[in-house]
Design a protein around this ligand. Structure first.
Ligand code: HEM
Length: 538
């Protein structure tokens, strides 16, 4: 159960021979009995019936029959790599997490993904990309489960099944949105206008990255950093690619999907194999942890909001280098289990209602996807910090627990309480005030502005980026069968920008509606444009 059979990059070292399949001198059964033939079933005579008593035949076929596990309910298609994260020490003033300390090196495993396609879908579709990082820190595993788009479709996790059902292939013919009717996706995002910002990013070049190596990553939610004295700071995490941010254009993406559906995973694996290790700097935007948890009028608990980098610069706090490809896709890329609740001392959550739902959802789905509650024992998921939980039994239990009293403290197994004190490196929840309140099913008033931030994004785009956005909306809305959905889509665009709306309406052959809300007076944020993307500053 401990880290001794795992290399610094998280791969099995071979210390445990049972994990090194296909390396012995002889072919054997799963029980280690030597085989002399694996190509012929046992039969009564060369042309006679196959005998049920052939254990090797039954074992081989039964195992094969059960090779597949359910794919992830979202983010099913992914590619991953091992690497190293090196802390700069620049966050130490606001965050006590040991892995952010100056020069501290932490093994990581990063999985990139598309959200909507199945495991066998194509890479260069228009979609959000997952950017999930597992830091195997000395204080326990920290997962930063982010995306390449800094905002999300919904403000409350209770709508997550709805947005995913609306965006997944249609239930009747299971034809993906991009090739068939687009009605359910556009129905949802125009009825729930909080989705406008994320949708606009999807329709921009960010929706079709050139390479995983050339994408930004975002933690999306606001997190709470805790310093050595217990002081707190609110923060948003950013990954900044050293290669800069680059995208495909739509025609390229379409052609590549046909010619090489594995384009992104091939690009990542080839680059690492060639020694061109992709790198990202981890950065944070920090904000005072005020009782209202807003910054410059922006509600930090609303995951459809960004904070412009001009208002809160991204400060670099460490360097990620991906330097090793997985040796087995299933064992590592498929079985890795990320969870936004895997936190370490120094990094805590806020009351973002989307994050609250995620804290429940990932463990729940992984129990079903990975066959029970013991998936933390799978090599890729094993913490590199010592584990001493009191969890017992369950499907796929591989630990041989000792002792008679699986609870702490006890007076039988040495009586040791085994609990760290709050001052001994334990994770201690920040004692934030919970205001007295009524139970309600409603969003706060501060979540109601769905158009100012999309307008800022649009105003920040270069002319070429705007043309791409207009073309994407025209193409996508043009695929809707329902006229009413196209018209509702235009009404949403009118509330972002009249020129955007007019051009898309022109493309659809429909009249451009008037806005229903006055255009917000927002300043462009040059950092949002890929052309204005000035990172890294060498
Ligand atoms: C998977 C990101 C919102 C449920 C993932 C993955 C990423 C991700 C990157 C893939 C992890 C991997 O590579 O294995 C995000 C982000 C969100 C978000 C950035 C919003 C800010 C949600 C919400 C829910 C949810 C609101 C549910 C309430 C799931 C589930 C999986 C998943 C069930 C599959 C996990 C697995 O099978 O291992 N998400 N997600 N996500 N997400 Fe989210």
């Amino acid at each position: 159960r401990g880290p001794e059979t795992v290399s610094p990059t998280g791969q099995p070292t071979g210390a445990d021979p049972a994990r090194m399949a296909q390396s012995g001198a002889y072919l054997t059964t799963a029980q280690g009995t030597r085989l002399y033939d694996t190509d012929h079933s046992l039969k009564a005579g060369a042309r006679g019936p196959v005998l049920l008593q052939d254990h090797h035949l039954r074992e081989k076929i039964t195992h094969f029959d059960h090779e597949r596990i359910p794919e992830r309910v979202v983010h099913a298609r992914g590619a991953a790599a091992h690497g190293i994260f090196q802390g700069y020490g620049t966050a130490s003033g606001v965050c006590r997490a040991a892995f952010l300390g100056k020069g501290v090196e932490t093994p990581v495993f990063v999985r990139f993904s598309t959200v909507l396609g199945s495991r066998g879908s194509a890479d260069t579709v228009r979609d959000t990309r997952g950017f999930a990082t597992k830091f195997y820190t000395s204080e326990g595993t920290f997962d930063l489960v982010g995306n390449n788009i800094p905002v999300f479709f919904i403000q409350d996790a209770v709508k997550f099944p709805d947005v995913v059902h609306a965006a997944k292939p249609h239930p009747d013919r299971e034809i993906p949105q991009a090739q068939s009717a687009h009605d359910t996706f556009w129905d949802f995002v125009t009825l729930h206008t909080e989705a406008t910002h994320h949708t606009l990013w999807n329709m921009s070049d960010r929706g079709i990255p050139r390479s995983y190596r050339m994408m930004e990553g975002f933690g999306v939610h606001t997190f709470r950093l805790v310093d050595a004295e217990g002081g707190t700071t609110l923060a948003k995490f950013h990954w900044k690619p050293k290669l800069g941010v680059h995208s495909l254009v739509w025609e390229e993406a379409q052609i590549i999907n046909g010619v090489d559906p594995d384009f992104h995973r091939r690009d990542l694996a080839d680059a690492i194999e060639a020694g061109a290790y992709p790198q990202w700097e981890l950065g944070v935007q920090t904000f005072p942890d005020t009782p209202d948890q807003t910054f410059e009028g922006i509600d930090l608990l609303d995951p459809t909001n960004i904070v412009p980098e001009e208002l809160a610069p991204v400060q670099p706090i460490g360097l990620l280098t991906l330097n090793a490809n997985p040796s087995n896709f299933f064992a590592e890329t498929e079985q890795v289990a990320f969870h936004p609740g895997h936190l370490v001392p120094g990094i805590d959550i806020t009351d973002d209602p989307l994050l609250a739902g995620r804290l429940f959802s990932y463990l729940d789905t992984q129990i079903s996807r990975l066959g029970g509650p013991n998936f933390a024992q799978i090599p890729i998921n094993r913490p590199h910090a010592p584990v001493n939980d009191m969890f017992r039994d369950g499907m796929h239990q591989t630990a041989v627990h000792r002792g008679v009293a699986p609870y702490r403290p006890n007076s039988l197994d040495g009586g040791c309480p085994f609990l760290a004190g709050a001052d001994t490196g334990a994770f201690v929840e920040t004692p934030v005030e919970v205001p007295a309140a009524r139970k309600v099913r409603e969003a706060p008033e501060s979540f109601a502005d769905h158009f100012s931030q999309p307008r800022r994004f649009w105003l920040s785009m270069s002319p070429a980026e705007r043309e791409h956005i207009i073309a994407a909306y025209t193409f996508e809305l043009g695929k809707c069968h329902e006229q009413a959905i196209k018209e509702r889509g235009l009404r949403v665009l009118a509330n972002i920008d009249s020129e955007l709306c007019r051009r898309v309406a022109q493309g659809l052959g429909l009249p451009a509606p008037e806005p229903t809300v006055a255009p917000a007076d927002v300043a462009p944020s040059p950092a949002l444009s890929q052309l204005g993307h000035t990172w890294p500053v060498e």
